[in-house]
Design a protein around this ligand. Structure first.
Ligand SMILES: CCCCCCc1ccc(Oc2ccc(Oc3cccc(O)n3)cc2)c(O)c1
Length: 273
């Protein structure tokens, strides 16, 4: 490629779809077109990955199926609620049977009871705590354990999860989800330490607020978008596509030296007071 050369379409086409060409990616947590998991899935698909999706239950199945159909090809879709161990086992057994290995796992799911995401944190009940920690943090440990043998078959892999600034700052109303995200981020480090020798990288994206179905469950969410616009160094909110591109980066060999890390994709908001 000489100075000032211009890529012809064929060359560009050839150079496109290289980042994760032929990689097998399991995406957990798509609920609809606004889901962060969907942004990551679109980026992975654009750059040549084969995709497999879960859906939590029959209620969201049609939304996910319709989105996935838009990608073309017969992309596997499997019911899996991470709180049902037998469904997690069945999902990874299906991946093992059909794919034989796995390169990329995207874990983009969380939950806390709605009443725990409003009012004051000190009122959190043990049940609310356990539910939030089990779904939002422990589920990553469980999925990583299941993915390990499949990723070893591929000679390594990349596990990506989603977190938020509320893990290290007391963000109003985020409450027990902040505690769950702190546990998630510590789990990313311990999992990275365990799985590194198998060349499996484990990282988190700390995303700025994005208007998703889940975000609607956090009281005061809409006001935070405006605050970010006013205070973030880039003076705007992050987009689903930008988070998707960082997910693609972490899934690709461009991030081969990065593991156990939390990467902020928030227009710089967390660096300013
Ligand atoms: C004061 C709001 C701060 C900005 C919050 C940014 C954010 C938005 C969405 C996030 O993901 C969830 C996922 C599940 C979740 O729990 C929910 C969601 C809907 C209903 C419900 O009962 N629980 C809450 C947040 C998340 O972890 C972080």
């Amino acid at each position: 490629m000489g100075y000032g050369c211009s890529w012809n379409l064929a060359e560009r086409k050839g150079s496109m779809g290289q980042l994760v060409a032929g990689k097998k990616a399991l995406i957990l947590g798509v609920a609809n077109k606004r889901s962060i998991a969907w942004g990551i899935a679109q980026a992975l698909h654009r750059e040549g990955a084969s995709l497999w999706f879960n859906y939590q239950n029959e209620r969201v199945k049609d939304y996910v199926a319709e989105l996935v159909a838009g990608l073309g090809g017969d992309i596997p879709l499997t019911e899996c609620d991470v709180m049902k161990p037998e469904q997690v086992d069945a999902l990874f057994e299906a991946v093992a049977a059909r794919w034989g290995s796995l390169d990329i796992l995207v874990h983009s799911l969380a939950f806390a009871p709605r009443e725990a995401l409003e009012g004051e944190f000190y009122t959190t009940t043990l049940e609310q705590w356990n539910t939030a920690l089990a779904i939002s943090a422990y589920s990553l440990v469980l999925c990583a354990r299941q993915a390990k043998p499949l990723m070893e078959k591929a000679g390594g892999g990349s596990i990506i999860t989603l977190t938020y600034l509320g893990s290290e700052r007391a963000v109003k109303s985020y409450n027990v989800m902040g505690v769950a995200k702190a546990a998630l981020e510590a789990s990313v480090r311990y999992l990275a330490a365990d799985l590194g020798p198998a060349n499996i990288r484990v990282n988190a994206i700390s995303a700025g607020p994005v208007k998703t179905l889940a975000a609607k469950g956090v009281s005061g969410f809409s006001s935070i978008l405006k605050v970010v616009e006013e205070k973030a160094p880039l003076r705007r909110n992050v987009t689903q596509a930008e988070i998707g591109n960082t997910g693609l980066f972490l899934a690709s060999d461009l991030a081969s030296g990065i593991t156990g890390e939390v990467i902020f994709v928030d227009c710089g908001y967390h660096i300013v007071g």
